[in-house]
Design a protein around this ligand. Structure first.
Ligand code: NDP
Length: 296
């Protein structure tokens, strides 16, 4: 294979899960010369048929292009792949779109620097269907000059949302988003289990679910200034009311033959808020409950 091209109209993509395949495809669509490598080589077949170059080794994949997009399960996969080829990292720009913790992103950036590579952390905010569009953004963090130098290349994948120099920041914002995503979506799935147990279908509950979850923005808008002012005044709702309400949810769940562990966990947090003397305060006081429980 020809490894002579070192410029920004060509990229290497390492990791060809659903996300990496979509990214490599977006670069091909944008007219880039794309080199790909994946542990399971057959996942590159369709991309090769569309014009991508399959690198035979990780070293070749790194040598082919200055910009190397990593789309791996986590940072451990990056070390598994790149550690044995570390001598080929000198001068590369690693755009690491593998999700992991902020601390692992910081360690990864330091590890890359030790081998002469520069590192941008990325946190992609869309499934594969949104790759190659500008409808969604990817969080980035790392050296600002590096981000600005390669922003046009990054914008082939999605829109960009630069969060700062600390390599952990993009991973942090990604995890904050995932915290909301998993807990909110699991709440919906739990509600569906209770609905189904009572003969109510997913489509029958759909208007209610979209209205309740879609309306969360107004609660966030209402409470945010109060939280920032340190006010947890129980003038529109109180923790004691939430405890009673959640007990009804837990009993309804149990009576429906559904595992109540999820609402029980929420109820326990509210009960601890009440036990700490905050029955008359707002539900926002739970921020303190969560923080104090971790510190205990
Ligand atoms: P997958 O886990 O399906 O694929 C990741 C890739 O990692 C595969 O190419 C796989 O290789 C490789 N890999 C994993 N472990 C190793 C290892 N030990 N050694 C070598 N290669 C390894 O992930 P996705 O493509 O779905 O996602 C990629 C990243 O993007 C993840 O971090 C994910 O959290 C994040 N993300 C995913 C979204 C989604 O909707 N899928 C949305 C937003 C972010 P092989 O093919 O050989 O198994």
């Amino acid at each position: 294979m020809d490894t002579s091209a070192v410029n920004t109209s060509s990229v290497t993509v390492v990791g060809l899960g659903p996300m990496g395949r979509a990214m490599a495809g977006a670069y091909l669509d944008a007219g880039y010369r794309v080199t790909v490598w994946n542990r399971t080589a057959s996942r590159a077949d369709e991309l090769v048929a569309r014009g991508a170059v399959r690198a035979d080794t990780v070293e070749q994949a790194l040598a082919a292009n200055e910009v190397v997009v990593l789309s791996l399960t986590d940072y451990a996969a990056m070390y598994a792949i790149l550690e044995p080829a570390a001598a080929a990292l000198e001068g590369r720009v690693l755009v690491n779109l593998s999700s992991d913790t902020p601390e692992r992103a910081r360690e990864g950036a330091a590890w890359a620097a030790k081998h002469g590579a520069r590192h941008l952390t990325g946190g992609v905010q869309t499934p594969p269907s949104g790759i190659g569009t500008k409808e969604f953004d990817t969080f980035y963090s790392g050296p600002r000059d590096l981000f600005e130098q390669y922003e046009d290349v990054l914008r082939v994948i999605t829109g960009t949302d630069y969060r700062g120099e600390d390599p952990g920041l993009a991973a942090l914002y990604y995890q904050l988003q995932m915290d909301l995503f998993w807990t909110a979506l699991t709440a919906w799935l739990h509600t569906l289990a209770v609905a189904n147990a009572n003969g109510i279908s997913a489509s029958a509950i759909r208007p209610l679910a979209t209205e309740v979850l879609g309306g969360m923005g107004q609660f966030i808008d209402f409470y945010t200034p109060r939280i920032e002012a340190g006010e947890h005044v129980g003038d529109v709702e109180r923790i004691s009311m939430a405890v009673a309400s959640l007990e009804h949810v837990v009993h309804t769940t149990r009576d429906s033959g559904v595992d109540p562990a999820l609402p029980v966990a929420v109820l326990e947090a509210f009960r601890q808020g009440a036990a700490a003397g905050h029955e008359e305060d707002s539900l926002t006081w739970l921020i303190e409950v969560f923080g104090r429980r971790a510190a205990a």
